[in-house]
Design a protein around this ligand. Structure first.
Ligand code: AMP
Length: 295
């Protein structure tokens, strides 16, 4: 595995791979790699060669007062994990390589980026779309792998790829969870003491929605009431938003007639300043006359 720090060299390597008609697979990450990230790398390895993984804690997707400074950085362990999985190139650009002095061009995916996560984290998706477009321009991958854990992010990037006629195909991979249901996240490292157990209520509340749907409930308002009821039993967890949205428009739905997401964000921890904000979701799909719920 080769570690690359400059855009010029990364472009050269990618260009050479394409000239040899190799299928380049790309997994963008912010590091602190866990089984969720590793599942994307494995998916890329099954489908592509060479595989490029990037590690870049992207400052433009963090708002003022968010956790940019304390975001976990575990480069040596990340490098070893990538090496073990047979990653070909690890792209680790310094911040001023991606955002040199005077940088002023940003990508805005109108509408989709202002809701849900975007409402709680203004500017977040502008930062995400900008860095992903830059990385796509540098690596020019045939396939790029993302986790459904960040379902809104995937939807926004799909829109960007379509609108800007990019040549990269996005592949969405399932959510990887701990045995107790908690979705893996680099931010789980912030959870202390009882917060780790309390955090499983995100999964448990989505599972309550699944149980309601299995029992025949179809009304989004009642499904969300069941979700809120489950979360309320965990006093240290406060919902930021809980919505059932159309998978395409990300707008709230009045009925479960198309593919939808139950989107959930919550703060774990009673002290708001120190609380850990986590997100999770469930996918609801129509299969014939019945609904399939995937957590
Ligand atoms: P991040 O490093 O948080 O920017 O995440 C990099 C990629 O890993 C994104 O596509 C995430 O959606 C994906 N990812 C993060 N957590 C998980 C998870 N638990 N399961 C699957 N994919 C994940």
């Amino acid at each position: 595995m080769e570690t690359i720090h400059t855009i010029a060299w990364m472009k050269q390597v990618a260009r050479d791979a394409r000239r040899r008609e190799h299928i380049l697979g790309f997994v963008p990450t912010m590091g602190a790699l866990h089984e969720g990230h590793l599942s994307l790398i494995r998916a890329a390895r099954r489908q592509c060669s060479p595989v490029v993984v990037s590690i870049f804690v992207n400052p433009t997707q963090f708002g003022p007062g968010e956790d940019l400074a304390k975001y976990p950085r575990t480069f040596e362990a990340d490098r070893a994990a990538c090496e073990n999985l047979g990653v070909d190139y690890l792209f680790v650009p310094p911040v001023d390589e991606i955002y040199p002095r005077g940088f002023r061009t940003f990508v805005n995916v109108d509408g989709l980026g202002d809701r849900l996560e975007g409402r709680s984290r203004p500017g977040h998706f502008r930062g995400v779309a900008t860095v992903v477009l830059k990385l796509f321009e540098i690596v020019e991958p045939e396939f790029a792998f993302f986790g459904r854990k960040d379902a809104q992010q995937v939807r926004i990037l799909e829109q960007m790829v379509a609108d800007l006629n990019l040549n990269t195909q996005l592949v969405t991979c399932p959510i990887i969870r701990e045995p107790d249901g908690l979705a893996l996240s680099s931010r789980n490292a912030y959870l202390q003491g009882d917060q780790r157990r309390a955090a499983t209520v995100l999964y448990r509340s989505l599972d309550a929605v699944r149980a309601e749907i299995t029992a025949g409930e179809r009304d989004p308002a009642r499904l969300l009431a069941a979700l809120r009821h489950a979360v309320d039993r965990e006093p240290s967890v406060v919902i930021d938003y809980a919505e059932i949205v159309d998978a395409d428009t990300l707008e709230p739905v009045m009925a479960l007639r198309k593919t939808c997401y139950v989107m959930l964000a919550a703060r774990v921890g009673t002290d708001r300043a120190k609380a850990t904000r986590l997100i999770d979701n469930a996918l609801i799909e129509l299969v014939g006359d019945s609904l399939r719920v995937t957590l």
